[in-house]
Design a protein around this ligand. Structure first.
Ligand code: AMP
Length: 221
């Protein structure tokens, strides 16, 4: 049984979530998005959700030990036995180090890493027009697919299209700053490990998907 772990790196708003969903379908392994898990906790009003909400709204990162535990539990679920597409995790060097240990413990291979790269001005522009369905998580962009947004039939029944609280302009700038400070060092971490592939995130969703497939282990594509 082939096992595979892919980390999608990239600043906020580069299309990681959309590409992670497609890759998960393609490779038949789950997408694990720590942002989605935290938002579900917020909606459910759990203790973790309450703690995370304040931090997320400020554009900061939840503490490493908290998020590592979230990922550990998620990777132990049966659907992740062949691996996963990690989207939004790791985001700091200590998280990456913890992930290396965790993958060894649960007998999953060392991760491949694809970094999706988009210039900062383009990111701010994209995020200000990003909308999501709060019920099912589908992502839209006012500029590109307003029609899809109008026709959206939510698989969970009740479409609820909103702007994420943390997509407001001041929080976006803070999130980009946190990305530069805390997450950029991961590029070097994985480059040194020989695991890093970099692709441009400019162009259509299909074009970026094709680039990622080429950048990944060719046996899988
Ligand atoms: P995302 O949907 O990936 O942009 O995540 C939204 C927010 O959730 C982030 O701005 C952080 O506050 C929090 N978050 C998600 N993943 C992590 C992580 N790996 N480490 C710390 N905080 C995270």
């Amino acid at each position: 049984m082939n096992k595979y772990v892919l980390i999608l790196l990239g600043a906020i708003g580069v299309g990681k979530g959309t590409q992670a969903q497609r890759l998960a379908q393609h490779l038949k392994i789950p997408q694990i998005s720590t942002g989605d898990i935290l938002r579900a906790e917020v909606q459910a009003g759990t203790e973790l959700g309450l703690e995370a909400q304040r931090i997320m709204n400020r554009g900061e990162l939840v503490p490493d030990d908290v998020i590592i535990e979230v990922v550990r539990k998620r990777l132990l679920e049966p659907d992740a036995v062949r691996g996963a597409i990690l989207d939004g995790f790791p985001r700091t060097v200590p998280q990456a180090q913890a992930l290396d240990g965790l993958l060894k413990d649960i007998d999953l291979p060392t991760p491949n890493v694809v970094s999706i790269e988009v210039p900062q001005e383009e990111i701010v522009d994209r995020l200000s027009s990003r909308r999501v369905c709060a019920t099912c998580g589908a992502v839209f962009n006012l500029k590109m697919n307003a029609a899809a947004m109008e026709q959206h039939a939510c698989p969970k029944g009740q479409a609820n299209i909103i702007q994420r609280d943390d997509d407001r302009p001041d929080t976006v700038l803070q999130r980009l700053k946190v990305y530069e400070e805390k997450t950029m060092p991961l590029i070097n971490y994985y480059r040194r490990a020989g695991a890093l592939r970099q692709v441009s995130g400019i162009g259509s969703e299909n074009e970026v998907f094709a680039r990622i497939l080429i950048a990944m282990d060719p046996e899988l594509t």
